[in-house]
Design a protein around this ligand. Structure first.
Ligand code: XMP
Length: 526
């Protein structure tokens, strides 16, 4: 693959995604990874990402000792972007200093070298708009390097040492504000470095099926928890294709599902996906444990633990049925969950900083001595959707909005068992989502849902004073759930939804809309 060593740039994932869009497999690991981890991936090109640091900072992250020698010996081209370029310059004996001209935002550069490998022969003399964001700059280049592009202010914008296959860019080719960036990257990777552009979902599927078969012996059995979401569904369909009915899926009704979700999802699993699924109704256990619990983190913990209990009961049942206990567990872990990034020094941030304890039936594999099968762990969400399409998973699964593991428990604030909160929320949510679908907006919204507030407000309905609950509607746009903007509905849509909710759902007399982005808010309310 093309390997990206991440030094903490906000654009690192974007480079990964952009290069994958060129049908080139791209993998990203933390920039300070040891040399053996880098070599184990057998990279064909290595990109050093940008980062928020100065190479002069005390604890400035760097590639491991011996890295440049490794690249040279193996003929692996290295492209440094921004911080990555400064790191190259500094490590090779050049000089990087805090430049007089800090360049942030859109800048104009000129390709000054006729034979630039990065830009290609046609770009010679061209003036290009690019996106820059740097304070430090390369003041003296290491031996063997030449400047191939300069900014309008005269600072170094791109450097090359073709005989050593070392390249550096002071700008970010991966952002859309560098309109020619992708063309140059494509030229560089495919034409100059000879990277084959042949990565596709068909190969991913074949490779993963092979991998699963090689992991799971011919008589072994595998279990998988299905949530009804894209990831676990695609993972299960893939594993089912690999080992057939030695896969045993479990769908847990935890009492925190959406309106008619259990019936709808189970029918799709059986009739459309032909997956072997057992449905366990554990709602009484979950709700019993949640009674009176108000603290959001405790709610999440209890739900996680209960899931584990249900699973622990399921595995021996499968064992009894098939004559041997399952040894493997399928999880729909995605790439963003496994990538670590380099935190800026002094940020106090570390890899495992939790804002909310996201629950993914964590703890289960160790507790039950199960080995994990994670067939999607190299893919981004949109790639999983493409893979799912290839596997004939119905659109209704592939396009579903994400739904959190703890379900409606994080959308009924406080005690979820109080009054009729869960049922009220289900009805409100169903009206909201149906209205979004009817208006043809479902696919333009990343996630939409309702929240139940344990707050009663005064209203007037049919000449009667009411004292009923308030609910909140939330709809967001996002790339990956890490940041989000609220979705702008038109007036008429909102008026109709609010009126439907107040007219049809008993117990609600007030509807609010959440128009907070993430950050400062999170997507869910708990
Ligand atoms: P937050 O609320 O953290 O949500 O901004 C970001 C995205 O993650 C989903 N989410 C979860 N997903 N288990 C999950 O599988 C969880 O515990 C969980 N909590 C939040 C949330 O719905 C949003 O898409």
């Amino acid at each position: 693959p093309v390997l990206i060593l991440d030094f903490g740039s906000q654009y690192t994932h974007l480079i990964t995604r952009r290069i994958r869009q060129l049908s080139i497999l791209t993998v990203c690991i933390t920039g300070t990874s040891p040399l053996h981890a880098i070599a184990a991936l057998n990279p064909c090109v290595i990109i050093l990402s940008g980062g928020p640091n100065s190479v002069h900072a005390n604890d400035a992250p760097s590639f491991p000792d011996g890295f440049l020698e490794y690249a040279e010996e193996n003929g692996v081209p290295v492209l440094g972007i921004c911080y990555g370029m400064q790191l190259l310059v500094q490590k090779l004996g050049g000089k990087v200093a805090d430049g007089e001209k800090h360049e942030y935002g859109k800048m104009v550069i000129t390709v000054v070298e006729e034979e630039s490998e990065f830009f290609g022969p046609e770009a010679s003399g061209e003036i290009q708009t690019v996106w820059m964001s740097h304070g430090d700059e390369a003041l003296r280049l290491p031996e063997g390097f030449k400047v191939v592009a300069r900014s309008l202010q005269g600072s170094v914008a791109a450097i090359e040492n073709p005989s050593k296959k070392l390249y550096g860019l002071q700008f970010h080719p991966e952002v859309t504000h560098s309109p020619k960036g992708m063309e140059s990257l494509r030229h560089f990777l495919i034409d100059v470095c000879g990277v084959p552009a042949d990565w596709n979902m068909e190969d991913v599927l074949e490779e993963q099926i092979k991998h699963v078969r090689s992991m799971v012996g011919p008589d072994e059995h595998v279990i998988c928890g299905l949530s009804g979401g894209v990831d676990s569904t695609v993972a299960a369909v893939l594993v089912h294709k690999a080992i057939g009915d030695r896969l045993h899926c479990l769908f847990v009704d935890n009492g925190l599902l959406r309106y008619q979700e259990r019936e709808r999802v189970m029918s799709s699993f059986r009739n459309e996906l032909h997956l072997p699924v057992t449905c366990i109704d554990a709602s009484e256990n979950f709700l019993g444990k949640l009674k009176g619990v108000k603290d959001p983190e405790r709610k999440r913990k209890i739900i996680g633990e209960e899931f584990i209990h249900v699973f622990e009961g399921f595995a021996p049942k499968v064992g009894e049925e098939v004559g041997r206990n399952p040894l493997f567990l399928v999880q729909g872990t995605l790439y963003p969950d496994v990538i670590e990034s380099c935190p800026p020094p002094g940020s106090g941030r570390n890899h495992s900083h939790t804002i909310k304890s996201h629950h993914n039936v964590g703890g289960l594999p160790e507790r039950m001595n199960l080995k994990l099968i994670e067939p999607l762990k190299l893919l981004f969400k949109d790639e999983v959707r493409r893979l799912g399409k290839f596997l004939n998973v119905p659109e209704s699964f592939l396009k579903r909005h994400p739904f959190p593991g703890p379900g409606l428990a994080v959308r009924v604030l406080g005690d979820v068992t109080e009054g009729n909160a869960l049922n009220i929320l289900r009805e409100v949510d169903e009206i909201f989502i149906q209205a979004i679908k009817d208006a043809g907006l479902y696919d333009s919204i990343w996630q939409a849902f309702a929240v139940f507030l344990p707050v009663r407000t005064v209203g007037v309905q049919g000449d009667q004073r009411t004292h009923a609950n308030a609910v909140v509607l939330r709809a967001i746009t996002s790339e990956d759930g890490m940041t989000a903007d609220w979705y702008y509905f038109d007036h008429k849509f909102l008026i109709d939804v609010v009126s439907k909710i107040c007219n049809q759902v008993r117990g609600v007399n007030r509807v609010c809309q959440d128009i907070t982005s993430k950050p400062p808010a999170t997507v869910e309310w708990e």
